[in-house]
Write a protein that binds this ligand. Structure first.
Ligand code: BES
Ligand code: MN
Length: 450
């Protein structure tokens, strides 16, 4: 059996590979692969092909797989040396839409470096996750001490509709002892983290209708309720006066003991002076382990185009985040029941489900978690990893917990508090990215020795 690289050799190897990794990351960022309904899906084909090519170059056996008209996932495999464990590496190659282009300082799909950060949609979430896995493979070259399976999904940001079917289809090929999910982030610049809980999610649409079509607001106003006003009244019942979610029957639980100072949270989020935070209890509970309900969008006439007419119909997109332990199906029923109960004046309502995903909690005991903690500490020059929760969702994790209950699931990632994933001017901290790549290489080494 080949002896594995030493820590010093890996440090040197990662440093040697970083410029190439950076160049390949930039090439991926230039491909605008968005899996949201209504977008051109051809870039997703190109980005899957680009990822597949990167994996082939590392000597992996590669296939591009999809279910029906779902988006392409890339699966690459290299069998384990005799007696060695297998590591499944997850990331996603699709990205969020850009949102308002005027808010971007540089083009979203033209990677641009400013002040040690690489700006671009997907530069962090999650193309840097893809490249961190590849960096670790490159560092080892032909001396990889573990078996690897890369699973690079192509529709994570749109709710992973075909994920369960994909996992079922490739169950045998994906079996692993350790799963590294590089789609989360670290606690701060210079402080690594292992993510140990994520929230679930239910996205849906809620429509209110009051009239067959718009009518004169002077002739009918005063007696006919308008759809926007009805919708607003229903939406206003979704939270109590403190801003806690008022839907009955949702789970809440306490988060980790970590303290997230409120001023740091406000600064990182760019919360305007004077705007109060909502919800009660500790900040980490509110953002990691209690439900949250956000109104993401409302379809209604544009203010610049609105006539003096009563709005007949209005539609809201609601995003409900769920505490670990809650169930998306029953939570959606609870939300619908709440909305139906609070509709005033007999307005007609309808619901439309978009997608959901399970929350998860990860128990971090065992030799592979110790291997990860040691790797992180080494990569961050002696700083211990902290265990964090995340308010976002990665539905893949719960699915994998069910399918492979024996596997250790390490949720890592490249995001730092200023990454601005999903917002304008998303970026990757290049210094931290180098540490993430090194940590992943060290992790594979430690796993092989565990
Ligand atoms: N990378 C995020 C998950 C995440 C969010 C990790 C915040 C760490 C901090 C992931 O790509 C994501 O955004 N997922 C979606 C999932 C949804 C579409 C089912 C999300 O949370 O909105
Ligand atoms: Mn992501």
């Amino acid at each position: 059996m080949t002896t594995t690289l030493s820590v010093d050799e890996l440090r040197a190897a990662v440093a040697r590979e970083l410029p190439g990794v950076r160049a390949d990351l930039e090439a991926l960022v230039r491909i605008p692969g968005i899996a949201f309904d209504g977008f051109d899906f051809t870039p997703l084909e190109r980005s899957a092909e680009a990822v597949a090519e990167l994996l082939r170059r590392e000597g992996l056996e590669v296939q591009i797989s999809r279910i029906g008209d779902g988006h392409p996932a890339v699966i690459g495999r290299k069998p384990a040396p005799q007696g060695a464990p297998t590591v499944l590496m997850y990331a996603h190659h699709d990205v969020q839409p850009t949102g308002d282009l005027r808010q971007w300082v540089s083009e979203p799909f033209e990677p641009t470096e400013r002040d040690g950060r690489l700006y671009g949609r997907g530069a962090a979430d999650d193309k840097a996750g893809v490249m961190a896995h590849i960096a670790a493979l490159r560092a080892f070259g032909d001396r990889l001490p573990v078996g690897v399976v890369l699973f690079i999904e192509g529709e994570e940001e749109f709710g992973s509709a075909s994920l369960e079917a994909l996992l079922a289809k490739h169950r045998e090929e994906l079996a692993a002892d350790v799963i590294v999910i590089a789609d989360s982030g670290n606690w701060d610049i210079g402080v690594p983290a292992l993510t140990t809980s994520l929230r679930g999610i239910v996205n849906s649409f809620f429509t209110v209708e009051v009239l067959e079509s718009a009518v004169h607001s002077g002739m009918y106003g005063g007696a006919v309720p308008d759809a926007l006003m009805v919708l607003s009244r229903v939406i206003a019942t979704l939270h109590d006066d403190q801003g806690n979610v008022a839907v009955e029957g949702l789970v809440s639980r306490p988060a980790s003991p970590l303290d997230y100072p409120e001023d740091r949270f406000r600064a990182e989020g760019g919360v305007l002076d004077g705007v109060e935070l909502i919800g009660s209890g500790r900040l980490v509970d509110r953002i990691w382990t209690k439900p949250a309900l956000s109104v993401l969008a409302i379809d209604a006439p544009k203010t610049s185009e609105a006539p003096n007419a009563i709005v007949p119909k209005a539609k809201a997109k609601l995003s409900l985040r769920l505490a670990p332990g809650d169930d998306p199906k029953s939570a959606y029923e609870a939300l619908k029941a709440h909305l139906a109960k609070h509709v005033p004046w007999g307005a007609k309502i309808s619901f439309e489900f978009e997608h959901d995903g399970n929350a998860c909690v990860i128990d971090t005991t065992g030799k592979y978690f110790d291997a990860a903690r040691a790797a992180f500490k080494e990569a961050w020059d002696g700083t211990d990893a902290v265990e964090i929760g995340v308010g976002g969702s990665i539905p893949f994790i719960a699915t994998f917990q069910d399918m492979f209950p024996e596997a250790s699931i390490l949720v890592t990632g490249v995001e730092d508090p200023n990454a601005k994933a999903h917002g304008p001017n998303e970026s990757l901290h290049l210094g931290e990215f180098a540490r993430v790549c090194l940590a992943e290489a060290l992790l594979l080494r430690n796993v092989s020795l565990a």
